[in-house]
Design a protein. Structure first.
Length: 652
């Protein structure tokens, strides 16, 4: 019996010893793998943060125009960088920002850790693709790789003395869609003219109007009936107003009038929601780009067109309209035996075609002649299309450069038309009578409503481009100020509009219909209102403020638009314009109004949709405020590709 006890005791010792190995293995599996998992998650967080930080800083440095994303820039890192401490502070380029964020998350290239950043930018012609996501075309990408060797604890008993974890993340600067078919920028302190709306009102409905917001509505005003907002609300109206959208998003405390029938097209989605923090979608989606540049080099011989008494008389033959070549047009009269600019309005009648096609001096052109690639037209003194005028627009840039202010009690019109007018381009409507995308090769049109002092920004040369002024016009330049763009002609079925914006072909085939490179940042805009024609001041100095956004710097104004308190983003500096009514654009909301593209007005301006019928167009509207009058039904249909903003996203 004793011998058996001794023999069994030895077996227990052996079994216990063997079980310790198994136990250590299990502990190693649990503890070492747990440590590895935790380190892996931490490394991934560091990689994500580093890649995003470097890409965000690149976007902040280089701006919202693709021409700047070049590896030649001293502050844009495009090589492979190891994050070896000490990391420069302040950072010398955007990759160092990424290294600092990796360090803040506990990882640098030191000891058992390795952190590297790799980046590349487009070459100015072809976008670049990150190796980690082949086939994805972006302006700039950063890949962060983080690794760490981990000493093993219990697993070391089994011979595994060291393990390792790694993480990788790629962030890219790319284009993203701007949310919303209706984006209204005015805030609680912005005022509107009498008869349009109350202070702080963004969407104002009247009568039995219906507004269908297509892909969504954004209201930037926080007005909710409180005294500082003049007892108004972000969405207001009388009568039986109906607003329909997938979602309506209102900044902070903004509210809508409860009498408005507000509906959501998404089951379970609230009709409207407020309480959203002041994020980028409540700001001008085209900020940072400046204004579209005017043409340069157009003042060559043969492009200066003084029009006697301002009357442009077209052809009486619809098959052979009068050609209006690219150039500068202005009303003139004979003075002392020579022509002098008067600043009077240009009136257009009959059949005309704005075309850059070389006709060899022949004054008319067959209506079937294909358009030239691109043209530029600058009209001084205002333009009015008279009754029965029929205008065909070839692809081009159309600048309405100011109008005389002849009546103090009435806002002048820089662009207008009468009844029974047809304005169209070369892309027909679909078989269903709905605007469709530009046909292949059609670059579309960009109409700019401004004054004679217009200055644009060329993103390619990163420089201001002032509007060139013909010699005769220089004497009256100071008389040509802002005016209302009035595109309404009453309730009639004989007025017809079919126009298409700058081509925003997603494949960018044939250069998006040969849209000039300097204008591609403004696709797919069709109507652009000068940011100076606003009740709110926009900055136009990229050296002092590169945002090209509303100006609320204390160095610019002592009080904001309320005239009482210091300026801030909700209460920016006021803009003094020659006439307080000119920041307005009017558009007839009828079934014969067909527009394809985006309408842009700056914050501090307003759009009036007037009519009694229905209007349905693939249209994205950016404005300060929108007033719908007369009881029309307005449907903003989705664009195939709308406005875009440069953004940063994790792509891998």
């Amino acid at each position: 019996m004793r011998r058996l006890e001794r023999r069994s005791g030895g077996q227990v010792l052996v079994m216990t010893t063997l079980s310790l190995f198994v136990l250590c293995g299990m502990l190693g599996l649990a503890v070492d793998l747990g440590i590895g998992y935790f380190t892996k998650k931490s490394a991934q967080a560091a990689a994500d943060a580093a890649a995003l930080a470097a890409a965000h800083q690149a976007l902040a440095q280089e701006g919202d125009t693709a021409s700047k994303y070049s590896c030649g820039a001293t502050d844009l890192g495009c090589s492979t960088r190891s994050c070896v401490p000490p990391i420069p502070g302040p950072p010398t380029d955007n990759l160092n920002y990424g290294c600092l964020y990796a360090q803040a998350n506990g990882f640098v290239t030191q000891g058992r850790q390795t952190v590297t950043l790799e980046a590349a930018a487009w070459n100015g012609t072809t976008k670049t693709s990150p190796p980690t996501v082949p086939g994805l075309s972006v302006y700039y990408w950063v890949t962060a790789r983080v690794s760490q060797r981990i000493p093993q604890l219990f697993s070391a008993i089994l011979g595994n003395t060291e393990g390792g974890v790694g993480a990788r993340a790629t962030a890219a600067v790319t284009d993203g869609d701007v949310f919303g078919s209706l984006i209204l920028l005015n805030r609680e302190h912005e005022t509107l003219p009498s008869g349009i709306g109350d202070t702080g009102a963004d969407l104002i409905g009247g009568g039995s109007s219906v507004v269908n917001g297509g892909e969504g509505i954004v209201l930037s005003s926080a007005a909710n009936g409180s005294p500082y907002a003049g007892e108004s609300q972000s969405g207001s109206g009388g009568g039986t107003v109906t607003v329909i959208a997938p979602g309506t998003f209102i900044r902070t405390t903004g509210e809508v009038n409860p009498t408005i029938d507000w509906r959501s097209t998404v089951p379970g989605m609230p009709a409207w929601q407020n309480g959203f923090r002041d994020r980028s979608y409540f700001r001008d989606p085209l900020r940072g780009r400046g204004q579209p540049p005017p043409p340069t080099g157009l003042l060559d011989s043969g492009t200066d067109f003084p029009i006697l008494n301002g009357n442009i008389v077209g052809s009486s033959d619809p098959n052979n309209p009068r050609v209006l070549p690219s150039g500068y047009y202005y009303a003139a009269e004979m003075r002392d035996g020579s022509l002098a600019a008067t600043g009077g309005k240009l009136t257009i009648s009959g059949y005309v075609r704005f075309s850059a096609v070389d006709t060899g001096g022949i004054p008319t052109i067959p209506s079937t002649t294909p358009p030239a690639a691109w043209g530029d037209w600058v009209m001084f003194g205002g333009v009015n299309f008279q009754t029965n005028a029929n205008a065909k627009f070839d692809p081009g840039r159309y600048i309405m450069a100011g109008v005389k202010h002849v009546q103090q009690n009435k806002a002048p019109e820089v662009f207008s038309f009468a009844n029974q007018v047809i304005l169209e381009d070369h892309t027909p409507l679909s078989a269903l009578g709905v605007s469709q995308p530009n046909k292949p090769g059609d670059a579309g049109e960009l109409f700019i409503f401004t004054d004679a002092n217009y200055v644009g920004w060329n993103p390619l040369t990163e420089s201001y481009v002032p509007l060139e002024i013909p010699q005769r016009v220089r004497a009256i330049k100071s008389e040509l100020g802002f005016g209302v763009a009035n595109m309404q002609a009453g309730a009639n079925s004989t007025t017809y509009i079919n126009l298409h914006a700058l081509n925003n072909d997603p494949a960018d085939t044939v250069g998006s219909g040969n849209v000039p490179l300097e204008l591609r940042a403004f696709r797919p805009v069709i109507f652009w209102q000068d940011q100076g024609n606003s009740r709110v001041l926009y900055t136009g100095d990229p050296e002092a403020d590169p945002t090209f956004d509303v100006d609320y710097r204390a160095s610019t104004c002592e009080t904001g638009i309320d005239g009482l308190t210091s300026p801030n983003i909700n209460n920016p500096c006021p803009q003094t314009t020659p006439h307080p009514e000119t920041p307005e654009m009017r558009l007839q909301a009828t079934p014969n109004t067909h527009l394809f593209g985006a309408v842009y007005q700056p914050r501090g301006a307003w759009l009036v949709l007037q009519g009694s019928g229905g209007m349905a167009s693939p249209l994205q509207v950016v404005s300060g405020s929108l007033a719908v009058q007369g009881g029309p039904t307005v449907t903003l249909m989705a664009l195939d590709r709308g406005l875009e903003r440069r953004m940063v996203a994790l792509v891998e």
